[in-house]
Design a protein around this ligand. Structure first.
Ligand code: GDP
Ligand code: MG
Length: 180
């Protein structure tokens, strides 16, 4: 078509998983480049964005992070699931329950029309605590495969993992850019 391109595209990515898995820390790490000094429990929806550049095009990446199972979620849910481009599911490798919750989160997305056709990735966080792991890479990989999602294990906290956290979100952004 002959329409000029919009000034800056927006990719809306929701970050979803149980409370305490590190969603806020991961999004902060990507958007601010460091682990937060302190975090407060998310109330409602936390929203962060960062402008990135891919092939010379500026793209605004919006990360939406919810309050897990807190009661504030209910009223925010419609807003949260609207116009989503990609989903990042997060569990904590030291918390088996957070891994067992994933099917329910996947199902909730499906109920909001966010199924296989929306790019989805699985992130196992807190790999700096590998010694206390309760979810093995093998089991997580099988789960990811069965849902056609790539798996990334990472740490929002480990000082060495900044590039990795960035790479995870950049992978999603590249995938979205290549789709459109
Ligand atoms: P959310 O409820 O999913 O948003 O989780 P938060 O980002 O608020 O993190 C919950 C707790 O886990 C906080 O005490 C964080 O400091 C801690 N945390 C988050 N990411 C990591 C990580 O990669 N490693 C470790 N050791 N702790 C983390
Ligand atoms: Mg949070």
């Amino acid at each position: 078509s002959s329409l000029p391109p919009p000034r800056s595209r927006i990719f809306k990515i929701i970050v979803i998983g149980d409370s305490g898995v590190g969603k806020t820390c991961l999004t902060y790490r990507f958007c601010a480049g460091k682990f937060p000094d302190k975090t407060e429990a998310t109330i409602g929806v936390d929203f962060r964005e960062k402008v990135i550049e891919i092939d010379g095009e500026k793209i605004k990446v919006q990360l939406w992070d919810t309050a897990g199972q807190e009661r504030f979620r209910k009223s925010m849910v419609q807003h949260y699931y609207r116009n989503v481009h990609a989903i990042v599911f997060v569990y904590d490798i030291t918390n088996a329950v957070s891994f067992q919750s994933l099917p329910a989160w996947i199902e909730e997305c499906r109920q909001h029309s966010l199924g296989q056709d929306v790019p989805r990735i699985l992130v196992g966080n807190k790999c700096d605590l590998r010694g206390a792991a309760r979810v093995s890479t093998d089991v997580a990989q099988k789960f990811a495969d069965s849902h056609s999602m790539p798996l990334f294990e990472t740490s929002a906290k480990s000082p060495g993992d900044n590039d990795h956290v960035e790479a995870i979100f950049m992978t999603v952004a590249h995938k979205l850019k290549s789709q459109k």
